[in-house]
Design a protein around this ligand. Structure first.
Ligand SMILES: NC(=O)c1ccc[n+]([C@@H]2O[C@H](COP(=O)([O-])OP(=O)(O)OC[C@H]3O[C@@H](n4cnc5c(N)ncnc54)[C@H](O)[C@@H]3O)[C@@H](O)[C@H]2O)c1
Length: 450
């Protein structure tokens, strides 16, 4: 932890002497979730005063108590930040007035018609507007379609009599995170920044240079907004492609995982993507549809995005069908069978269950009359979710021989390192493996790839 407060005025871009970059002594972070909390810690580590805001009182209270509420962020990191004296957190939005810059990290989900729900952004902007003052830097980090900063942030600031690039500095800077990947922290991932004007961009570069090792300025907010969507669409489309190839390879009795490993030996021109039971997480299943929606305004279709979405959304059904056929081979029906699903979090070794395809699998198996349970060491109990309220309160089955042997089929949806697949191979009668987790283990279980 660097104990020196960063209250020196930021550098001014000398190539633009008419544009004054405001000094940033205290940064406000709004929305203290998976994005906001690491960002708050990154500023504190660099000795910048940081004030966190959330409408959920539990989050500021945990931070003030030096406790983390996100599994992959250790308690010590939060406790250390609190002890540094650089961190404060509140639910009182009038304290926006104390800050020199605010960074919005609030959710951007889709509504039930797969259309962008910007209400968290607009509610936040409406809540902070009365307290924004001349010289404030306002940065949007929530993932969204190109044009959001200009259409939603700018008019609200102008309504307050503030002029972008002169009395208020408006930027967009997408978040990049790989939860659970120990190689990257918020600070060492390059940060793309776009501004509404050159002065806004200079202010954004100054804001992020204090916490990030590398800042990548781009020519506009729309470029920065589109950059984030390209990154996530690239993943969604490539995962869709490899999921389609998995179905083809399964039909041909070819091991798609071996194919991907072999192709990965090509030293150029190939990046591996891996199949699975469907897309999960806050980003990849959602963000591409922000662009699809906006593209319609321009009369343009996003066929790759929609096709990949269709294939990826079809994967849970594919896994259910493979399970049904495998049970059938053993003379059993899904109806009345006991199905244990391993992994509720959407990716390995994290506790984030947002948009997890496991929910979709559980819903489908239940609809077919199965008795469903799950085991996930990272999700001991299912908390509230936006779309799967029916599963709230269910607890993870204990990892024990009796749990596994009692199941007619065990479906590996997420392969956490903490799961003992060797024991699974010994104890289970039938394993449906969507993650290639059973490759190096052997036992009595029949293993079916799906
Ligand atoms: N999680 C990731 O890995 C990731 C990566 C890149 C980008 N993003 C994007 O970052 C944004 C935030 O995602 P997240 O994963 O941190 O979400 P999150 O749900 O973990 O956290 C959002 C926080 O905002 C709070 N909040 C909601 N409305 C608010 C309001 N009006 N005022 C103040 N706080 C409010 C919530 O209580 C919550 O604590 C989204 O747009 C997401 O797409 C997320």
């Amino acid at each position: 932890m660097n104990p020196k407060p960063n209250d020196a005025p930021s550098a001014v871009d000398s190539s633009r002497p008419q544009e004054r970059v405001p000094p940033i002594r205290k940064v406000g972070i709004i929305g203290l979730g998976y994005v906001g909390l690491p960002l708050l810690l990154a500023y504190a580590r660099k000795g910048t005063k940081v004030l966190g805001f959330d409408i959920d009182p539990h989050k500021p209270a945990s931070i003030l108590a030096g406790r983390s509420y996100i599994k992959h962020i250790p308690n010590d990191s939060v406790a250390e930040a609190m002890e540094s004296g650089f961190v404060d957190a509140t639910v009182d939005f009038s304290r926006i007035a104390e800050t020199d810059a605010v960074i919005l990290c609030v959710p951007t989900p889709l509504d039930e018609h797969l259309e962008p729900d910007l209400s968290y952004i607009t509610d936040t902007l409406d809540a902070i507007s009365p307290y924004v003052h001349a010289g404030h830097v306002i940065s949007l980090e929530s993932t969204t379609y190109p044009g959001t900063t200009e259409e939603e942030v700018v008019p609200r600031m102008e309504a307050r009599g503030l002029v972008p690039g002169k009395t208020v500095f408006i930027v967009y800077s997408p978040e990049r995170e790989d939860p659970g990947n120990p190689k990257f922290t918020a600070a060492n991932i390059p940060k793309v920044v776009g501004g509404m004007t050159p002065a806004c961009l200079a202010a954004g570069v100054s804001l992020y240079s204090t916490a990030f090792e590398t800042v990548v300025p781009v020519s506009s907010c729309a470029v920065a907004e589109m950059t984030k969507l390209l990154e996530n669409i690239y993943r969604a489309v490539n995962i869709g492609l490899v999921n389609e190839l998995k179905v083809v390879a399964d039909a041909m009795e070819i091991d798609i995982w071996e194919v991907i490993r072999a192709a990965s030996t090509k030293p150029f021109g190939f990046t591996p993507f891996f199949p699975g039971p469907g897309l999960g997480g806050h980003c990849i299943p959602i963000d591409p549809f922000y662009l699809t929606w906006k593209a319609r305004e321009y009369g343009v279709n996003t066929r790759f995005i929609e096709l990949a979405g269709q294939i990826n959304r079809g994967m849970p059904e594919y896994v259910v069908r493979r399970t049904m056929l495998a049970l059938n081979e053993q003379g059993k029906a899904v109806k009345g069978s006991r199905i244990l699903i391993l992994g509720l979090a959407y990716k390995a070794d994290v506790d984030d269950m947002r948009e997890s395809p496991t929910f979709e699998l559980m819903d489908r198996f239940v609809a077919l009359g199965a008795n469903v349970s799950y085991h996930d060491p990272h999700v001991p109990v299912i908390g509230p979710t936006r779309e799967h309220a029916n599963w709230k309160g269910m607890t993870s089955a204990p990892w024990a021989r009796e749990t596994v042997t009692a199941a007619d089929a065990v479906v590996i949806s997420t392969a956490h390192k903490a799961t003992n697949f060797a024991e699974l191979a010994q104890w289970a009668s039938l394993v449906i493996d969507t993650r290639d987790a059973m490759r190096n283990v052997s036992g009595a279980a029949t293993v079916v790839r799906a």
